[in-house]
Design a protein around this ligand. Sequence first.
Ligand code: SAH
Ligand code: F3S
Length: 479
Amino acid sequence: MEKTIDEKKQGNTLVLDQNDKNTKKLFIESYGCAMNFSDSEIVASILDEQGYNTTSKLEDADLVLVNTCSIRDKAEQTVRKRLEKYNAVKRTNPKMKVGVLGCMAERLKSKFLEEEKIVDLVVGPDAYKDLPNLLAEVEEGHDAINVVLSKDETYGDVSPVRLNSNGVTAFVSITRGCDNMCTFCVVPFTRGRERSRDPQSIIEEINDLWSKGYKEITLLGQNVDSYLWYGGGLKKDFSKASDIQKATAVDFSKLLQICAEAQPKMRIRFSTSNPQDMSLEVIKTMAKYKNICNHIHLPVQSGSDRILKAMNRLHTRKEYFTLIDNIKTIIPDCAISQDMIAGFPTETEEDHQDTLSLMEYVKYNFGYMFTYSERPGTLAERKLDDDIPEAVKSRRLKEIIELQLKHSELRTREHLGKTVEVLIERESKKSKEQWSGRTEKNLVAVFPKGNYKIGDFVNVKVTDCTKATLIGEAVGEAE
Ligand code: SAH
Ligand code: F3S
């Protein structure tokens, strides 16, 4: 997608649009989590400085970059298939260069260059600032690789180029890496140690987005609740920080508060929260500020204490219920969503039933559910046999999904007859006469366009619904 002048900002000064000067074309695509999509916007910004404009046509590209995901084997297979496609295009455009970014680059390192002949460039998630040098090497005819992980890189000083943007919602990354070491998860290995971004640069990005017409941001991190800024560096070194650093430290609830106050009309979301790190302060801050959306993505993975322990999730089923109860007490109308894994090693039918009964207790608004996929190098891969047959994993997953669909429908139907605030994001896919937007609980709502436009906050009276979409009519602009 071509950029507009507006999207080219460096620090606080708007620089003249240099699109005309950019002669090279970058095709960049992302797989996996929101963080990857956000990282691609950082990469596009770094390459803009190198004379690249983005293109949505693979055939036109001088440089093709794929930002990859390693979370499950299937995600990696998808990327391998895309490389085949690039290969076919390269036959007609031999000068085209191909680079692999993200978690697969970090996991496979130079193996990528050996296994996939088409790949010229391998760059891990913390090495994007080295892209200009790496590309210079590629220009000289060498393969190039940088997969060094960092203890302090947050890209806080890079102003992202928004890609495929609706102009209304944007991601703002606040932490990188993860220190939690869940035994099934490859992320700590591919994204390195957890570090937090300077709150000042976060606020500047949010202010900049607001000035460009954006109305909703999602603060991103693998584990946002452990955000801690005391001047930079790893969280574990906080104990060595000076008294002044400790006194002025900003934790996640404080960051939420600063963001909510900096732009009181901007909707604020965040993702993801690991239950073991979520504090009461965060929930209270959500309750205090109207512009922080009442939705918490709170992955639990399993309802069985034994499996939670084997996963190194540092809370029990009971503690999770206490957290849910606290959320519902402080924010009675809070939407809660989940991630679940079916068929973790040693999972019995009883463990599986514990997962279903936990879901019955919470009745999540929605969820992301998967069968367990063994990932090389993780603790689970090294210590446990992947001993649940695929057929059993799939059957358990099906039961989990069916229950979730039932709960999602129930949660959707709770809105019938009520009026909800909707932020308009786009035209409805089903009708040109209708707008589509989301409620603060992240539920899609469609309604006749009237005189409203994209980016408006509108009160919508819900008259009907499908399983996961509200249908209604606008009853006025929200204040
Ligand atoms: N904190 C992260 C979680 C990253 S992974 C976040 O911000 O989303 C996203 C989800 O993928 C996890 O919550 C988990 O449910 C799932 N997942 C991770 N590793 C997996 C594996 N090895 N097999 C199956 N699902 C996995
Ligand atoms: Fe992965 Fe657990 Fe961190 S799921 S990203 S190790 S919180």
